[in-house]
Design a protein around this ligand. Structure first.
Ligand SMILES: Nc1ncnc2c1ncn2[C@@H]1O[C@H](COP(=O)(O)OP(=O)(O)OP(=O)(O)O)[C@@H](O)[C@H]1O
Ligand SMILES: Nc1ccn([C@H]2C[C@H](O)[C@@H](COP(=O)(O)O)O2)c(=O)n1
Length: 229
């Protein structure tokens, strides 16, 4: 089934770490009055779940089995997105440095990707049916999860800009953050292509834009893409 059926507005946004995908996507979804899905949070949630249960992240089959069944619930209101497993709110726990350091081991597990991509498509279809559309962001949304999205965007920013943004957030030095951002992108690139735009994907370079400028730039691409639809 095509996600973009029935006049629903499906906006797919990919890009490397620290380009502003999550913050900009939330603002864009809010402005458009549609749902928001942070797919990176799903890989983080599975990482947290496996560590919490003592599952070795290098045991690929065991982690992929958990991906199929773990009780994940993603809240898709862009004004207040939530991440829960069972009745436990793990929105803050999945942002800790230990989860950030381990998440690539989970995200590069192809058995995991198969399960989470299935869940992402189901969620996107449900949220879009409920709200008229969805903005989904990650690393493979424009290419694998929703290649037929109404609008497909690759958000980029120079390495310097991305490191400075992350360093500001983590209150760490640019040098310490460089390793985290660049190394994680290198590891994640093994299974998803998000450093260059695929055919038909519009690049939005946020290097020299402030936050509001990035939101406006994405909304302009959405407007143009809707017009073509
Ligand atoms: N021009 C800009 N556009 C977007 N975000 C910006 C901009 N300038 C600074 N930021 C800030 O950069 C930080 C990183 O943004 P965000 O978490 O949305 O990135 P991301 O691409 O989703 O990263 P990751 O994939 O690692 O989760 C946020 O604190 C955001 O407010
Ligand atoms: N569609 C996606 C989304 C995310 N990932 C990976 C990349 C990161 O290492 C991790 C967490 O993502 P973030 O919260 O930093 O955006 O998940 C992926 O492989 N595919």
């Amino acid at each position: 089934m095509s996600l973009a059926e029935d006049g629903l507005l499906i906006v797919a946004i990919d890009g490397p770490s620290g380009t502003g995908k999550s913050s900009v996507s939330k603002a864009v979804a809010t402005a458009l009055g549609i749902g928001y899905l942070d797919t990176g949070a799903m890989y983080r949630a599975l990482t947290w779940w496996c560590v919490d249960r003592g599952i070795d992240l290098h045991d690929r089959s065991a982690v992929a089995r958990e991906a199929q069944t773990f009780p994940l619930a993603m809240g898709t209101d862009p004004a207040a997105p939530t991440v829960q497993v069972g009745d436990r709110d793990i929105a803050a726990a999945i942002r800790t440095p230990s989860v950030s350091a381990a998440v690539s081991d989970v995200a590069t597990n192809l058995g995991v990707r198969e399960q989470l991509i299935r869940r992402q498509r189901e969620l996107m279809a449900r949220v879009a049916a409920e709200t008229g559309g969805v903005v989904a962001e990650g690393r493979d949304i424009t290419t694998v999860v929703a290649p037929d999205a109404t609008v497909r965007i690759l958000m980029t920013a120079s390495e310097e800009a991305r490191i400075a943004r992350r360093a500001g957030e983590l209150a760490s030095t640019a040098a310490a953050t460089r390793a985290q951002v660049v190394d994680r992108d290198r590891r994640d690139s093994a299974v998803a292509s998000f450093m260059t735009a695929a055919d038909g994907v519009v690049t939005v370079d946020t290097s020299h834009l402030d936050f509001d400028g990035s939101v406006k730039a994405v909304l302009a691409v959405v407007d143009e893409g809707r017009g073509r639809d």
